[in-house]
Unconditional design. Structure first.
Length: 568
């Protein structure tokens, strides 16, 4: 095809009546003042969408507009351009047909980029318009670091075979190790994990191999297998980065450090543990650049959200968030703190560990080795004149009693507890030995939650209910509730073949009504749970997960998996 013509975007959008002359004039003034791109200012101002801009360019140049959300790029074609070239020219190779390559570009009128792409690809190219946001998201997804990680691990293996270097000296200073294979390998691992939205990296020595696995949307995926010989070097480097004792290999250690991924800070929490074949390391990745979730973005229904806000606005009482490890409890607590954080409230948190730094809040990390325990910090916190106290977890009777007593004496207390559902949470406190009157007088609200995976929008397809699923629905859902628009993900490059991308929380909520207070004080645990479940009604974890499946956002298999691990 002939080279694209140079287009003045503003004039084009006016000509196609997507913006007015006045809007263009005002936007050009903003552009001169800020130096930002005209199209980005228009999109950020809400005047036009990226899709409208790409569509206008496509119509002017008589080329197709391609929605990358609905297309799975071929890795072999994509890799005809390096990642650096794709980002520089804002381009992706999408198709190879009829003797030419179809290249999607965010700015298909860029003559310089067109000439460079033609030179690099050495093929005739046909252009297509794509939005910049979708393009960059696709680049992040498809340019995986698997090959680079394998090559770097092999390079590190070769280096270790050739030298008996003192790792402590070799890895001790940043200047000395900037180009060392072990540093490059770890940096590449972090970048790859960030690209696929991994929450954890597992480095696990096995009998003959070193396994590196990523946890993505709650599920573990094997990233690579490497020579077991590189494990000590990786662990040593990670210990140095997190300030751990490099000479101690017999005991577990915990620490944290920061890495920079393309300008975005990544907070890494590390845990090492001795195993049969060496030290196993798990790293929790906490992206600090995205900001805290607001309550609206937690996925809680309007009625529950109103009840939670009402509880948070009280001056005293306890709010408990419950669920198993990895169910999003900490995220819900931080969103709640973010909601009530103001200059007129003193907030103290007691955590193990401190996961996110919150401005204006006094955060304390417990340290059992120096006897800075939950109990000790909590007692000290009460002498600091707080309005709100967050306790990371109600781990034992003493901590629970101190927290509940604080809630009785004019403090708002937020904490977590490991229970299956909301109805049994007060009973769990009683089982811990907490006096019934404390539970009855102090506990305001219990929120139970789970995370369920969302169907990948790129490969979503209708799902026909199987015989087994139909029997399950007959058991767990009334006939008039079982029908729905059930969907499933077929598996594509965007979701790494899993059919799922992202997760959302489902909730159930229990408020301590006068009836429940009386039951907690005088009734049996069985009677209390019965009354509590009557109050919760149909707004249970299982019903809310089923509603997501019926709407096509999640899958029926996810709902059934949740039911298998809860009381429904």
């Amino acid at each position: 095809m002939p080279p694209p013509e140079k287009i003045r975007l503003g004039d084009l959008l006016v000509r196609q009546e997507l913006i007015t002359e006045d809007q263009l004039k005002a936007t050009l003034e903003q552009q001169r003042a800020s130096g930002r791109k005209l199209g980005r200012i228009l999109v950020d101002s809400g005047i036009v969408t990226e899709e409208q801009i790409s569509g206008a360019l496509a119509r002017q140049l008589k080329i197709p507009y391609i929605n990358l959300k609905q297309q799975s790029p071929n890795p072999a074609l994509v890799n005809l351009l390096s990642e650096a070239q794709a980002r520089r020219f804002r381009a992706l190779v999408l198709e190879d047909s009829n003797g030419f390559l179809r290249v999607g570009m965010a700015d298909p009128s860029d003559l310089f980029a067109y000439d460079e792409l033609t030179r690099i690809l050495k093929r005739e190219i046909e252009l297509a318009a794509v939005t910049e946001t979708q393009l960059l998201s696709t680049i992040d997804r498809v340019y995986r670091r698997t090959g680079e990680i394998t090559a770097l691990s092999q390079e590190l293996t070769a280096e270790l075979a050739q030298t008996e270097a003192d790792f402590g000296a070799l890895l001790g200073t940043e200047a000395a190790v900037k180009d060392a294979p072990v540093v490059k390998l770890l940096q590449t691992l972090f970048e790859d994990a960030a690209q696929v939205r991994a929450s954890d990296i597992h480095i696990e020595p096995q009998q003959h191999k070193l396994h590196v696995r990523f946890r993505i949307d709650g599920m573990l995926h094997l990233q690579t297998e490497a020579d077991l010989k590189i494990a000590p070097a990786l662990v040593l480097r990670l210990k140095l980065m997190s300030g751990l004792d490099i000479s101690e290999k017999r005991l577990p250690q915990d620490g944290r450090f920061h890495v920079d991924i393309r300008g975005n800070p990544l907070d890494v929490r590390i845990s090492s543990m001795p195993t049969q074949y060496g030290e196993s390391v798990v790293m929790r990745l906490l992206n600090q650049s995205g900001g805290l979730l607001s309550l609206e973005r937690l996925g809680m229904g309007p009625r529950m959200l109103t009840r939670l806000r009402a509880a948070l606005n009280r001056t005293s009482g306890m709010i408990l968030v419950t669920g198993p490890t990895g169910s999003g409890k900490t995220t819900a607590l931080y969103a709640s703190l973010n909601e009530i954080n103001s200059p007129d409230r003193k907030i103290i948190t007691v955590e193990d560990p401190v996961e996110y730094r919150l401005p204006g809040i006094n955060q304390v990390q417990v340290h059992d080795k120096i006897e800075l325990t939950f109990e000790r910090v909590l007692r000290a916190a009460l002498r600091q004149d707080p309005d709100v106290i967050l306790v990371g977890e109600m781990r034992d009777k003493t901590t629970a009693e101190i927290g509940l007593r604080a809630a009785m004496t004019g403090h708002m207390v937020l904490s977590t507890l490991h229970t299956n559902d909301a109805a049994t949470t007060p009973v769990r406190l009683l089982d811990m030995g907490v006096p019934p009157y404390m539970v009855a007088m102090s506990l305001n609200l219990v929120i139970a939650q789970r995370l369920v995976r969302l169907v990948c929008e790129n490969c979503v397809a209708p799902h026909t209910v199987t015989t087994q699923e139909a029997a399950w629905l007959d058991h767990y859902a009334a006939d008039d509730e079982a029908e729905g628009k059930y969907m499933r993900g077929m598996g594509c490059s965007r979701c790494n073949g899993t059919g799922f991308i992202g997760r959302t929380a489902v909730y159930e909520m229990l408020e301590m009504t006068p009836e429940l207070v009386q039951a907690a004080n005088h009734g049996s645990p069985v009677e209390f749970v019965k009354i509590a479940r009557t109050q919760i009604g149909k707004e249970t974890l299982l019903r809310n997960a089923l509603a997501l499946a019926k709407s096509g956002r999640s899958s029926l298999s996810e709902t059934m998996a949740l039911a298998a691990h809860s009381d429904g």
